[in-house]
Design a binder for this molecule. Structure first.
Ligand SMILES: [Zn+2]
Length: 240
């Protein structure tokens, strides 16, 4: 892509800064995605006085081997509530779709429209449905449902910030919040053993430091932040 064209786009359509947001809605496929993908940023936004709400698309019921869906659902709901409390999240709503992708994206979009109308977010945070090789149906549905709802049904000037992204274009310094992030991740005990938390810590340390270097700090989380119009007939989106 021509550098000149990208520079022009960045000038005429500046991407809003995540940290300037005051009312953030996180739309999440499963309990634990918010904490793993954006826990430091969520904690930081809260400490800066923003309102942060969660909408959980699925019930997480497929997440524990050897336990029934009903039992799993209850355990994961409690874990998500504890994790959200650690990050100071204001409210959690559950859409209750069955974990595993066996539902219609159109219904998710209708539900999301209702929440968008009520909450009127100035930023929506979710998983990147365009992550190469992403195969999990809940992640594809969740990210796409957000993008399509913002583009077609709600307010096409509200930006979205994708995490779990291969194409970050914005980095949030969260050095002061990394302990909170890992405390919140650790609340998902049924999913993440202390050993796995240790591996995550190392992984995020290497990545967080590399991302931090790009913006002059020690530790950062990366996002692809886009305006909804960039998700339709917009040839430069990969490079903005
Ligand atoms: Zn997930």
């Amino acid at each position: 892509m021509e550098r000149k064209v990208i520079d022009f786009i960045n000038k005429v359509l500046p991407i809003p800064k995540i940290e300037d947001s005051k009312n953030v809605l996180c739309v999440l496929p499963h309990p634990d995605d918010g904490e793993i993908g954006a826990g430091g940023t969520i904690a930081k936004l809260k400490s800066k006085g923003a309102k942060v709400s969660y909408v959980l698309v699925t019930d997480g019921g497929a997440g524990i081997r050897g336990k029934s869906r009903e039992e799993t659902r209850e355990i994961r709901k409690k874990e998500q509530e504890s994790a959200a409390k650690i990050l100071n999240v204001d409210e959690i709503e559950w859409l209750g779709y069955p974990d595993g992708g066996n539902y219609d994206i159109e219904n998710v979009k209708k539900d999301l429209s209702r929440y968008f109308e009520r909450i009127k977010p100035d930023l929506v945070m979710t998983v990147d449905p365009f992550l190469p090789y992403e195969c999990h149906p809940d992640h594809k549905i969740c990210g796409l449902a957000v993008a399509q709802t913002l583009l077609l049904n709600f307010n096409d000037s509200v930006p979205m910030a994708f995490f779990f992204t291969a194409y970050p274009n914005q980095f949030v310094c969260v050095e002061k919040y990394r302990d909170k992030k890992f405390e919140a991740i650790s609340a998902h005990k049924s999913q993440i053993s202390p050993e796995i938390v240790g591996i995550y810590k190392k992984y995020f340390e290497v990545k967080g430091e590399a991302y931090g270097k790009k913006v002059g700090c020690k530790y950062a989380e990366g996002f692809k932040v886009l305006l909804p119009m960039m998700l339709h007939a917009f040839e430069e989106t990969l490079w903005v």
